[in-house]
Every structure is written in structure tokens, then in C-alpha cells.
Design a protein around this ligand. Structure first.
Ligand SMILES: Cc1cc2nc3c(=O)[nH]c(=O)nc-3n(C[C@H](O)[C@H](O)[C@H](O)COP(=O)(O)O)c2cc1C
Length: 193
């Protein structure tokens, strides 16, 4: 199949996973992206590793998954630059309120955020958080700032949250995200961060 028929074919997608309960869904997303022909390099924040392990992502993607310790590892001076420059798309799913705030303000104190700062490819973000955290003026201001810079958002959706409440804050489903990635890569012309 050619890239015209399948825009994900051989595309390098850096999948940032952050410390949300929805991070378990990111493993399904990584699997779907991989099965669609993409090369998925997962980067887990320290928070994400409290919910899921790099092994999960390595197992479904067939590629190494990275954690913060890798920033200071053997490839230290090139890892984040290499990941950033080879990426066709940076997808952060789920994205916590904390990581959204860091992205908005250029904070680069972990492997994911430093990679995001170095990347020039399109950035697609799927927020996931409690309804109150999502509607908080600080989060909304961060989203507005990122949107103004051309960052694309998918979700969050209204629905059942881990707290037991129903509100807007639920991460978009992996299939929805897959469709959005397909659309963005096919269009091939969205702004970077
Ligand atoms: C059980 C649990 C669930 C959490 N879920 C979320 C969440 O869905 N969204 C969010 O923004 N923060 C959530 N947090 C808080 C984040 O993990 C915390 O802000 C952390 O510092 C995020 O770091 P990171 O953005 O580097 O992954 C949760 C924390 C716990 C203990």
C-alpha cells in the first residue's frame, strides 16, 4: 500500500503519554497506530509510569519506549533532538493539565517536554482530566495559548470520569484519535508548535 492510500504508512509518530488514568488507553492507541503502518516511539512521563510501563508500549509497537532516565542515558545529548527531528507527528495522549501548562510555557524539564520544544512537526494533543481541572481558567488559558500557536486538539469528551462524575474531561477514544491522525497526516500541512 502506498502513502497516498495510507497516510500513516512508515510515518514516525512520537506518542507522549502523561500521568492520567487514561494512559491505559494510550497502549491501545499505540497498537492501532502501529497496525496502521506507523512507527511509534512512545515517551512516558514519570507520572505515566505510575499507571503503565514502557514494556507495554514496546510490546505493541515493536520499538523502544522511552522514560525520563533516557534523557540522561547513553544517547543523552542527541536523544530528544533525534526523536524530535525525525517525527512526522507528535501526539500527546493523554495530556494532563500539568503537561499542557508546561507546553504552553515552554517548560522542558522532562524528556517529553524537551522533545516537544525541539520538535517542528505538527503537535496533536488529547487532554484528559477531571472536569473542574479542564474548565479551570488556567487550563483554558493554556489551551488558548497553544491553539493560537497552531497546536491541534482532539477532545476532551463529555462523559464518565475516573472520579465517578460525568463531565467534560474524558480523553477521546483511540479510534477517534486514529481517525484524526490519519486526517492530519493526509492533509500534511498543519502548523507546528
Ligand atoms: C490516580 C490519579 C489520576 C490522575 N489523573 C489525572 C488526569 O486524568 N489528568 C490530569 O491532568 N492529572 C491527573 N493526575 C495528576 C497528575 O498525575 C499529576 O499532575 C502529575 O504531576 C502529572 O505529571 P505529567 O504531566 O508529567 O505526567 C492524576 C493523579 C492520580 C494520582
Amino acid at each position: 500500500m502506498t502513502e497516498t492510500l495510507n497516510p500513516l504508512l512508515n510515518k514516525r509518530i512520537v506518542l507522549g503519554v502523561t500521568g492520567s488514568i487514561a494512559s491505559y488507553k494510550a497502549a491501545d492507541l499505540a497498537s492501532k497506530l502501529t497496525q496502521s503502518g506507523a512507527q511509534v516511539d512512545a515517551i512516558l512521563t514519570a507520572g505515566a509510569t505510575r499507571f503503565v510501563t514502557p514494556l507495554v508500549f514496546q510490546s505493541v509497537s515493536g520499538r523502544r519506549a522511552y522514560i525520563d532516565a533516557d534523557l540522561w542515558g547513553d544517547q543523552a545529548h542527541v536523544l530528544h533532538i533525534g526523536l524530535a527531528h525525525h517525527a512526522d507527528l507528535l501526539l500527546i495522549a493523554p495530556a494532563t493539565a500539568n503537561t499542557l501548562a508546561k507546553l504552553a510555557h515552554g517548560v522542558s524539564d522532562n524528556l517529553l517536554c524537551v522533545t516537544a520544544l525541539a520538535a517542528t512537526c505538527p503537535l496533536l494533543v488529547a487532554p484528559a482530566m477531571d472536569g473542574g481541572m479542564f474548565s479551570h481558567p488556567a487550563t483554558q488559558a493554556n489551551i488558548a495559548l497553544l491553539s493560537a500557536r497552531g497546536v491541534q486538539f482532539c477532545g476532551p469528551e463529555e462523559g464518565h470520569l475516573a472520579s465517578g462524575l460525568s463531565a467534560k474531561g474524558r480523553m477521546s477514544e483511540p479510534l477517534t484519535l486514529l481517525g484524526r491522525v490519519r486526517y492530519l497526516l493526509a492533509r500534511g500541512a498543519i502548523a507546528g508548535t
